[in-house]
Ligand binder design. Structure first.
Ligand code: PLP
Length: 405
């Protein structure tokens, strides 16, 4: 009998909600027009679908629809925001600030700008993945033009205090961009109350299609200007040329509509299952370490390190369960998770970490099967581990002097 496949990797991507797919389908058929075609009904119909989506996506963050730029996803949104601001405001100053636990789609544009002559500050985080606001204040200089700090972390789920960060940036006259890809549609966001100037989000993290995202760009107090990073037909106020992905945008709009209508229900469902999973693993296993903040955290995320076992070996034992690992061998690079490392988690614990991420379609039965499999796998691996045996006997492994090396 084949084991059922269980998906617990909702922070990597989510399945498309059937209601979203249904809303998209007509735009692959009769409503196939180019939203930029001004001279005929095919164009007008497509544009109507785009405008409706733009409206609801804007409202979802308290913005006007004219402030929403459609992109191919959060990676592109982050690049347009960071490179666009840095280049436009270079005459004012060439210093930009971010943090060590950001997504690569923020860190890599920062490093690219550094290579082109910008000065960058990468803030440290504490063991929970939290930022120090006094460090942020101290990092802002007269030539700082942008602060980019994410809302919810994709690996460990820690939430940053966006409203407080926004207030600090506004007081200092520095633009504030937030990568809200993990929180959009899940946590409440208001760009005015939180003093956000630019915000990135992506449809495929909230039960919409892949390949479509958005960038909110504030139009007043202050009006944000951006240098485009590529050029063409001048779509999206000139910030992002290229024919719009109409079905994807319509799906994104439908996805956020459902998220907003069902936010409380989803949140309660997901938090309940997440707590159940965490409780089971904590009671049935010892030496389990939670990575992330105990309370300021995303509902869907559970990142745990299981001391004395290797992430890769665990993944082999969990072959029917889709989770992520902070371990080296599961990623393209040979380093263990840079996010865990930035939080001061040692290489051993980073290598033994698993990220479970839950979503709308997760069930109690799936969570129990995942917990059963995790407990059995960790126990089996530890039974073969001399380090675990020593730990059980109370021997401090760090005090051992290894011979033969
Ligand atoms: C998934 C993710 C991205 C990248 O989004 P894409 O739409 O896949 O480009 C960026 N930032 C965060 C925090 C993410 O979780």
């Amino acid at each position: 009998m084949t084991k059922p496949r269980i998906y617990l990797d909702y922070q990597a991507t989510t399945p498309v909600d059937p209601r979203v797919l249904e809303a998209m389908l007509p735009y692959f058929g009769d409503l196939f027009g180019n939203a930029a075609s001004r001279n005929h009904a095919f164009g007008w119909e497509a544009e109507k679908g785009v405008t409706q989506a733009r409206q609801i996506l804007g409202e979802a963050v308290g913005a006007s629809q004219r402030e929403i730029i459609f992109t191919s996803g959060a990676t592109e949104s982050n690049n347009i925001a960071i490179q666009g601001v840095a280049k436009m405001y270079a005459p004012k100053g060439k210093h930009i600030i971010t943090a060590s636990t950001e997504h690569k789609a923020v860190l890599d544009p920062f490093l690219a700008l550094q290579n082109q002559g910008w000065s960058i500050t990468i803030l440290d985080v504490d063991g929970d993945g939290a930022l120090s606001l006094s460090d942020l204040k101290a990092a802002i200089r007269p030539d700082t033009v942008l602060v980019s700090l994410m809302h919810g972390n994709n690996e460990v789920g820690t939430l940053h205090p966006i409203a407080e960060i926004g207030a600090i940036c506004r007081d200092a006259g520095v633009l504030f961009h937030t990568d809200a890809t993990q929180t959009f549609g899940k946590e409440s966001i208001d760009v005015d109350a939180m003093k956000i100037d630019l915000l990135s989000a992506s449809a495929h993290k909230l039960y919409g299609p892949k390949g479509v995202g958005m960038l909110y760009v504030r139009r007043r107090s202050p009006r944000v200007r951006l240098e485009p990073i590529f050029f063409g037909g001048g779509h999206e106020r000139g910030f992002r040329s290229g024919t719009l992905n109409v079905p994807g945008i319509v799906g994104f709009g439908k996805a956020i509509e459902i998220c907003l209508a069902e936010r409380e229900k989803d949140h309660a469902h997901i938090t309940g299952l997440r707590d159940h999973l965490q409780n089971r693993l904590n009671t049935e296993l010892d030496f389990v370490h939670h990575n992330g903040h105990a309370s300021e955290r995303l509902a869907c995320n559970l990142n745990l390190s299981f001391a004395y076992v290797e992430g890769e070996s665990m993944l082999l034992g969990l072959d029917n369960i889709a989770v992520s690992s902070g371990s080296a061998c599961t990623s393209a690079s040979l380093e263990p998770s840079y996010v865990l490392r930035a939080m001061g988690v040692g290489d051993d614990l980073a290598h033994s970490s698993l990220r479970f991420s839950l979503g709308r379609f997760s069930t109690l039965q799936e969570i129990d099967l995942a917990a059963d499999a995790t407990v059995a796998t960790v126990k089996r691996l530890r039974d073969m581990s001399p380090l675990y045996e020593m730990a059980m006997e109370g021997i401090d492994i760090n005090s051992i002097e290894w011979s033969g090396h």
